[in-house]
Design a protein around this ligand. Structure first.
Ligand code: PRX
Length: 638
């Protein structure tokens, strides 16, 4: 039964975990090599075959249009709506009575929702949005805790052809304000709060404060979840439960799914980039649904009877693709847990796996490291025998955490799918399938049809084992189509360094077996606990404090978080740096950007290393902090 360590198999170098014959026998894709070969030989026919597993209002004329690179188009001429595949087609079958979601609140309350109930709720809320004047192409901001209404809101928006912009509920005032303003959202959907670690996150209060900084959207819909009293602005703010029980909505539980062009936008999602403000990545209905569905089915090997649990927040791309869209398209049953992994004890997650019989668990290296710290006695108290497959995402997983996860959670029986991808890619790019041999710390090989390479400064492939820039050499259906309102930035950020290649922003190595090893970001993105933050956004939040003249932030290794934020601050003349001020600045960051943006350490300095053109040399700060050589400093002017 076991996924055994069998060096005697000897085909691959290093520490290799080969799949057991049982894992291979029941895998959706029994021969991943054959699938890769099929896609390599004919990319378009491969994706057409996968797209044909889904429903379309009208099939496409052309699978891939490359006439205006890098503005690739997929399934051109096709008519669809992701909701057609996520909900509509299931409610026509026996699956209408299958559970789409099992939700558990931090306080232990449980709610379930069948595909039928989800369909009704989505239709009702879609009618509410329509009654507020939301039409095709309009943007709707969703700022929510981890509750089922988040999923309902996303699907209702998509159903009527509007575009959702989900802002992670852990972001705070300025981050939310910037995202509402840039998206010009007509409606904001939020809640009276969320439960996290025994405390209430006051989302509505943050919305109110963010809206004081911007031209207000027309309406705010508020879900009553925690019961905490909130301010309701008459004429602007409405309770969800009241809107959903209005005779108009109650008597109108049907809503036609809008027929969308395959290339029409489904959502925008803000993410931190190299420079300036966070940018919104645009994903579409047609190609995205094909990409997330097929990767989910192949990599996580989903079967009708599985209980899938992706521990991410719907506010990040992992939640969009693999809590909401892919699992629903695949007709799966998902678990959503609202709160913290350690609340009230460090075995909360293991208890959830036991209670609901979770069979596939997808989580992050930070969470694994955080739970590993409490020791194996916590998972050992629970029956985890329902698990058959594990997954990791968001940052490189260190082999020590991989082995702990494999041994104490997967009981040396469950293969670990380490999936490398990004907000921009929409779907897994480098990931094993269960029948592939694994190497701890490597995402293994590209998904079928995905061509990955590691190149040097000149764009030439480097030798096996050498470090370089990670690039993607072929388009894929779930790829971002552009940057919202900024197509030039789409071209310059991703496609201009090497013509014809997508620049991922990561450094990586490919070993002699063709396995990829991600090293980390090489741009101004910092991945704190796997959460993506940009130096520009963090620095501008610091500088918005009255005492700060200039600031620079860098990421440094951290035992649990992977990377933590270190800030260097130049204070305004006459202001003295001390511990109290450092604490105040940390609180300020938490208030403006969110608790995840709180620096680990703040250092007050008199100068910052800069180039002659005035650009802060974070590389130098990083080298100094780690006691390493400062490299080539010829452009440095201090
Ligand atoms: O640096 C890589 C890291 O996360 C970045 C993308 O972040 P984001 O857009 O927030 O999407 C995260 C969820 C898909 C990548 O450029 N990353 C993501 N997955 C992995 C990873 N690094 C190593 N191994 C992974 N499996």
């Amino acid at each position: 039964m076991a996924v055994t360590k069998s060096p005697q198999e000897g085909k691959l170098s290093g520490e290799v975990f080969y799949p057991s014959p049982e894992v291979v026998a029941q895998a959706n894709v029994k021969d991943p090599e054959a699938a890769r070969k099929e896609a390599n030989e004919n990319l378009e026919s491969y994706w057409a075959r996968r797209a044909n597993e889904l429903e379309w209002f009208q099939k496409w004329d052309k699978v891939l249009d490359e006439s205006n690179k890098p503005f690739y188009k997929w399934f051109v001429g096709g008519k669809t709506n992701i909701v057609l595949n996520a909900i509509d087609r299931h409610v026509k079958t026996w699956r209408r009575n299958k559970l789409a979601f099992i939700w558990e609140g931090e306080k232990g309350e449980v709610r379930t929702m069948s595909y039928h109930a989800l369909a009704r709720e989505v239709c009702k809320f879609a009618n509410v949005l329509k009654s507020m004047g939301v039409t095709k192409g309009d943007r709707v901001t969703i700022y929510m805790p981890r509750i089922l209404e988040t999923v309902v809101a996303m699907l209702a928006t998509a159903k009527i052809g509007a575009v959702h912009s989900v802002v992670y509920g852990g972001f705070s005032v300025e981050a939310l304000h910037g995202r509402i303003e840039d998206s010009e959202s007509k409606v904001i959907i939020t809640a009276d709060g969320g439960n996290m670690n025994g405390k209430i996150v006051e989302l509505k209060k943050i919305v109110d404060e963010a809206l004081r900084r911007t031209a207000a959207p027309e309406n705010v819909v508020v879900i009553k979840h925690t019961g905490k009293e909130v301010n309701m602005e008459p004429g602007r703010d409405f309770w969800y439960h009241e809107l959903m029980t209005l005779p108009l909505t109650r008597n109108n539980q049907r809503c036609e799914t809008e027929v969308m062009d395959a290339e029409d936008p489904l959502y925008i999602l803000y993410t931190s980039g190299t420079t300036g403000k966070p940018k919104a990545v645009v994903h579409t209905h047609g190609g995205y649904q094909v990409g997330v569905y097929s990767t989910f089915k192949d990599v996580f090997d989903i079967k009708e009877e599985d209980r899938w649990w992706c521990t991410a927040d719907p506010g990040w791309v992992t939640g969009h693709s693999y809590i909401v869209y892919a699992p629903l398209i695949a007709g799966a049953t998902s678990i959503i847990y609202e709160g913290a992994p350690t609340y009230p004890y460090p075995d909360r997650w293991w208890g959830i796996i036991e209670k609901y019989g979770v069979s596939v668990l997808y989580t992050t290296p930070t969470a694994i490291r955080g739970l590993m710290r409490f020791g194996s006695a916590w998972p050992n108290r629970h029956d985890l025998s329902s698990l058959r497959l594990l997954g990791s995402v968001g940052e490189p997983i260190n082999p020590e955490a991989w082995r702990w996860f494999h041994k104490y959670i997967g009981k040396e029986r469950c293969p670990i799918m380490d999936t490398w991808w990004q907000t921009e890619t929409g779907m897994f790019m480098i990931a094993p399938m269960p029948a592939d041999p694994l190497k701890p710390g490597s995402g293994t090989r590209p998904y079928p049809g995905v061509e990955v390479d590691v190149v040097n400064e000149e764009g030439k492939s480097v030798k096996a084992g050498e470090e370089g820039f990670l690039v993607l050499k072929k388009p894929w259906p779930a790829m971002l189509r552009t940057i919202y309102k900024d197509p030039d930035r789409y071209v310059s950020t991703y496609w201009s360094k090497y013509p014809g290649m997508y620049l991922a922003g990561d450094s990586a190595r490919k070993d002699e077996d063709g396995y990829f090893w991600i090293i980390g970001r090489v741009d101004d993105v910092i991945k704190v606990s796997g959460y993506r933050l940009g130096t520009a956004e963090l620095e501008s939040a610091l500088v918005s404090h009255a005492s700060v003249a200039e600031a620079a932030v860098i990421g440094l290794p951290h035992e649990i978080k992977g990377i933590a934020i270190h800030a260097y601050v130049i204070l305004k003349a006459g202001i003295e740096g001390n511990e109290k001020l450092a604490e105040e600045l940390k609180q300020h960051m938490s208030h403006e950007v969110g608790p995840i943006a709180k620096p680990e350490k703040i250092e007050f300095v008199a100068t910052l290393p800069k180039t002659r053109s005035g650009k802060i040399m974070r590389r130098v700060l990083k080298a100094r902090a780690q006691g390493m050589s400062e490299g080539d400093l010829t452009t440095l002017e201090e």
